[in-house]
Design a protein around this ligand. Structure first.
Ligand code: HEC
Length: 274
């Protein structure tokens, strides 16, 4: 009897918690933005890795479009040649860096000067500071280096309990993809379905045919959004592939080690009555 009472109490508490969180979510949804849809990415899951072609296209979109407003201040040009990235060669990276003007100094006379970029330089920002960007654009565009991680969110109960188990870590990148495709009000270029409050300071940045692709990928907003989002996931975590590979090796090691320990324990205690 006592046992059944306990079970029904636990069930009642669980049901209460579920109902509460569902009503909280329903309220959220009534006047908040929808949760971005989960996309499939090559870098998802425990064995995921980046698609070099996609990163190169994403970089092109970033360079030709987003870089006019957004900085990428934590990324050095040479990172583009590192393993697990877009796979540019070192000479390509040198040539690319040299196309940029980088502020350096002071020189002998105490003055700052501009020189061509080197592979070890970071991407120069389009505006000298966020205030200048705000004055020019009306709102300050956030730095893009870790944006794909910074815009993460919880999917609410019960999914936030499930997400670590299914290794879903792409919330931020799904949000960026959804945001870039979220300009669904044709008469208002600053209305975005996925931006909190819907009024975004960034007018629709992408349109079909805007960036030329040379590898046959479709030149559409959807494809640009997908590629640049993947690129931003890479800038946020250039060592993602390495991390996943190491994680897998550690799991294998732990499983083997657990097995060894089990048999060792059996052997050590074999002669002891217990
Ligand atoms: C004309 C300038 C401009 C261009 C080009 C531009 N952005 Fe923005 N972006 C902004 C501004 C301004 C904001 C800040 C908006 C706000 O806070 O209301 C912003 C905000 C964002 C945000 C953050 C939204 C949030 O949740 O706070 C993302 C993500 C973003 N931009 C992605 C991109 C990508 C990807 C590109 C290139 C395809 C791009 N932007 C091109 C000006 C620009």
């Amino acid at each position: 009897m006592v046992h059944t009472k306990k079970i029904s109490l636990v069930a009642a508490i669980l049901a209460g918690a579920l109902a509460f969180s569902m009503s909280a979510r329903a309220q959220d949804h009534a006047h908040a933005t929808p949760t971005p849809e989960r996309q499939s990415w090559t870098f998802g899951g425990p064995f995921g890795g980046f698609d070099k072609g996609q990163l190169q296209r994403g970089f092109k979109v970033y360079r030709e479009v987003c870089a006019n407003c957004h900085s990428l201040s934590r990324i050095a040009f040479r990172t583009l040649a590192e393993e697990g990235g877009p796979g540019f060669s070192e000479s390509q990276v040198k040539a690319l860096a040299a196309e940029y003007k980088v502020k350096d100094g002071p020189d002998d006379k105490g003055e700052m000067f501009e020189r061509p970029g080197r592979a070890s330089d970071r991407f120069p920002a389009p505006f000298p500071n966020p205030e200048a960007a705000r004055a020019a654009l009306g709102a300050a565009p956030p730095d893009m280096s870790v944006l794909a991680k910074a815009r993460s969110y919880s999917r609410g109960f019960p999914l936030f309990l499930v997400d670590p188990l299914i290794q879903y870590q792409e919330h931020g990148v799904d949000y960026i993809y959804a945001l870039l495709n979220g300009y669904t009000n044709k008469s208002d270029q600053n209305w975005n379905a996925y931006f909190p409050g819907n009024k975004i300071g960034m007018a629709k940045p992408l349109s079909d045919g805007q960036v030329e692709y040379t590898d046959g990928a479709p030149a559409t907003v959807q494809q640009y959004a997908k590629d640049v989002s993947a690129f931003l996931m890479w800038t946020a975590e250039p060592a993602l592939e390495k991390r996943k590979k190491t994680g897998f090796r550690v799991m294998i090691f732990l499983i083997l080690f657990a097995g060894l320990l089990y048999f060792t324990k059996k052997k050590v205690w074999a002669g002891v009555a217990h």
